[in-house]
Design a protein around this ligand. Structure first.
Ligand code: NAD
Ligand code: UFG
Length: 334
């Protein structure tokens, strides 16, 4: 199938592009490069042995999106494009709603006009908010704690209404937990601009000496060792989840939401220990205050993913550490 990946040059989109192409799909990327580097295209080409078409455009530019959908005879869209930094969304909510909500509405309008009604949407575990119980299953109440999370939930609700209004739509919202790791080649991975917000890229940069030490945000939570616990899923397992979602939608109309995680919580210390084992040295770390807005622990129920997507995230945290370390050490941006 011909599949358009909006935000396809980003961290998750680039891995999905590789997985989908290797499975025989024809992939087209559309990205405005607001949070990615064009060199990713060369690196994808190196992995695949061929280049993928990439249109530099904003997903809100309906004329270009319509032209791309028609020209490339797109059969399904995976909508990754969006902004994702929680703190930035609190400081500048309008740009989050403009990008994540308005961008999505524009895309869905064009898809409807052209008659393309198969969609996978990048949602987030952040839609659940504070746990009433764990693991989070898909029916857990939704109470996102910041504009980023609310923008994701709003798009999910729009999509539910869209599917209710027209039985031809086939829609899967995938709620990602904490994506980590990189492609095993070390050619593509996560390389945030500036100082990373997230744990794994921060650890990788601290290990390479780019950052002096790792701050551990609190060790007095009621968790196994006092540090925060999350559900870290290897980005290649996540990418494979998108392929499974596309296959699922072939035979299933309507609307579904599915968690993509491992179902197992790991603490900050668990992740650090795994990383130190991979690189063979201890990292400098300093315990600092809890980060405002952080939850002590959450993780996914993966029952629905295993029923609907035959899903199993099988790559271990050690593999994720090995792969991101390979990416961190490589000279990818020359
Ligand atoms: P990313 O920033 O690496 O990728 C997003 C891509 O979208 C970037 O290449 C960016 O340039 C592009 N983009 C942003 N706004 C655009 C626009 N208006 N038009 C065209 N392109 C645009 O992020 P990612 O980690 O790959 O995340 C992909 C999606 O998954 C996002 O929607 C994000 O909210 C969601 N998500 C990510 C995580 C995570 O921890 N990485 C967790 C849950 C959900
Ligand atoms: N942490 C540290 N030091 C750091 C960074 C993080 O100790 O330098 C800790 C955090 O306190 C937390 C854990 O590591 O306990 C994971 O933190 P991340 O920032 O990597 O991930 P979060 O779970 O806070 O948030 C991520 C994304 C959100 C998304 C959410 C969905 O950043 O955008 O997962 O589950 F919404």
């Amino acid at each position: 199938m011909n599949i358009l990946l909006t935000g396809g040059a980003g961290y998750i989109g680039s891995h999905a592009a590789v997985v989908l192409t290797e499975a025989g799909h024809e992939v087209v990327l559309l990205d405005n490069f607001s949070n990615s580097n064009k060199s990713v295209l060369k690196r994808i080409r190196k992995i695949l042995g061929r280049s993928l078409p990439c249109i530099e455009a904003d997903v809100r530019d309906t004329d270009i999106v319509e032209r791309v959908l028609r020209e490339y005879k797109i059969g399904a869209v995976i909508h990754f494009a969006g902004l994702k930094a929680v703190g930035e969304s609190v400081a500048n909510p309008i740009s989050y709603y403009a990008n994540n909500v308005q961008g999505s509405i524009n895309l869905f309008q064009v898809m409807q006009k052209v008659g393309i009604k198969t969609l996978v949407f990048s949602s987030s575990a952040t839609v659940y908010g504070e746990p009433k119980y764990l693991p989070f299953d898909e029916d857990h109440p939704k109470n996102p704690m910041n504009p980023y999370g609310r923008s994701k939930l709003q798009v999910e609700e729009i999509l539910r209404d869209l599917a209710d209004s027209d039985s031809e739509w086939k829609i899967a919202c995938l709620r990602y937990f904490n994506p980590v790791g990189a492609h095993e080649s070390g050619l593509i991975g996560e390389d945030p601009n500036g100082i990373p917000n997230n744990l794994m890229p921060y650890v990788a940069k601290a290990a390479s000496g780019e950052l002096p030490h790792l701050n551990i945000f609190g060790d007095d939570y009621e968790t196994c060792d006092g540090t925060g616990e999350r559900d870290y899923i290897h980005v290649m397992d996540l990418a494979e989840g998108h392929m499974a979602a596309i296959s699922y939608l072939k035979n299933h109309a309507g609307f579904t939401c599915v968690n993509l995680g491992t179902g197992k919580p790991l603490s900050v210390m668990d992740l650090l220990n795994a990383f130190e084992k991979v690189i063979g040295k201890n990292l400098k770390k300093v315990v600092v205050q809890r980060r405002s807005g952080d939850l002590p622990c959450y993780y996914a129920s993966v029952e629905q993913a295993s029923i609907q997507l035959n899903g199993s995230a099988f790559r271990s945290i050690e593999i994720a550490c090995r792969d991101i370390w390979k990416f961190q050490k490589a000279d990818n941006f020359q």
